[in-house]
Write a protein that binds this ligand. Structure first.
Ligand code: NAP
Length: 265
């Protein structure tokens, strides 16, 4: 017969199941680190918008949970020991759902969020609240604009059809954007400074619209823009999630060690 200490020892030998909300470089790095660890099993969750996501070293599930209630049910059914929210800083809805679901299910939650970029001297960055403000900020005169945005957002520029748009996305945009003058490219980052300089010059880009995503993978376009004195209209970041937050993969691993050690006592 197993005493309480034996039960506790047995529990500590069982792998803790971690749910990692991903879609970012940081989530991938976390998955790579956690895949090497004994005592944890990880499921990485993707929104499911990229057709062929790059291979990941842990099991992946894809698609929405069905709001906070669906995520709460997932946490309970899968006996999730800790929830790591390493989603994109603009993916505010899933982060808000994670906060509610983790609270209801009693699961420790950590948000890993990249620090926002800050402009370097000489950079011409103008924050815009949303897509409608971005359209207005471009002005009435036609411009050549690089829309460094997700597929979901580019449709908003149908409201400013006078401009010529360059759109780069991982997967083809289907249906094609409704603006009359659009060039669509498919490419997967990270992009080098040489890549971005060549792109801006080849298309005679006069303005960029993007998110303040942080990180290194998509920063080179801003370096190229600064050298060319191009205006960059940045969509304002959503409010950060309510959860405990860190900004690095290493800090997330430290938090996780602490959270799991509390479960093992
Ligand atoms: P969102 O508005 O926060 O999420 C919308 C819904 O998508 C969520 O409510 C959830 O559906 C589902 N979802 C999002 N991330 C998920 C994940 N990791 N696992 C499972 N379901 C997930 O985020 P978004 O629509 O994906 O993107 C909003 C902004 O973030 C856009 O600007 C986008 O370009 C940027 N972004 C997002 C990602 C990403 O991986 N999500 C990556 C790069 C950039 P349910 O409510 O049904 O659970």
């Amino acid at each position: 017969m197993m005493d309480n200490h034996g039960a506790s020892r047995e529990a500590s030998c069982m792998a803790h199941h971690i749910l990692l909300l991903g879609g970012t470089t940081e989530a991938r790095a976390l998955a790579e680190q956690l895949a090497l660890r004994a005592g944890v099993s990880v499921t990485l969750s993707l929104a499911g918008r990229t057709l062929n996501p790059a291979a990941l070293p842990v099991p992946v599930r894809s698609g929405g949970f069905g709001g906070a209630a669906g995520l709460e049910a997932y946490l309970r059914e899968n006996r999730i020991a800790a929830l790591l929210d390493a989603t994109h800083p603009y993916a505010a809805r899933i982060s808000a759902n994670a906060y509610v679901a983790a609270g209801r299910a009693g699961v420790p939650l950590l948000a890993l969020s990249r620090p926002a970029w800050v402009p370097q001297a000489g950079a011409d960055w103008r924050e815009v609240a949303d897509l409608a403000e971005a359209c207005l900020a471009l002005g009435a005169a036609p411009r050549r604009v690089f829309l460094a945005l997700g597929r979901q957002e580019v449709a908003g520029f149908a409201a400013a059809p006078q401009h010529r748009y360059l759109i780069r996305s991982v997967d083809p945009i289907i249906p094609a954007p409704a603006m009359p003058h659009v060039t669509c490219l498919t490419a997967r980052g990270p992009f080098t400074l040489a890549d971005e300089e060549a792109l801006l010059d080849a298309h005679g880009i006069e303005a960029i619209i993007c998110k303040n995503s942080g990180g290194t993978a998509s920063f080179a376009k801003l370096v190229a823009a600064r050298a060319r004195r191009l205006p960059v209209f940045m969509l304002a970041r959503p409010a950060p999630p309510d959860a405990a937050q860190v900004t690095t993969v290493q800090a997330a691993l430290t938090w996780l060690d602490h959270a799991l050690s509390r479960l093992d006592v």
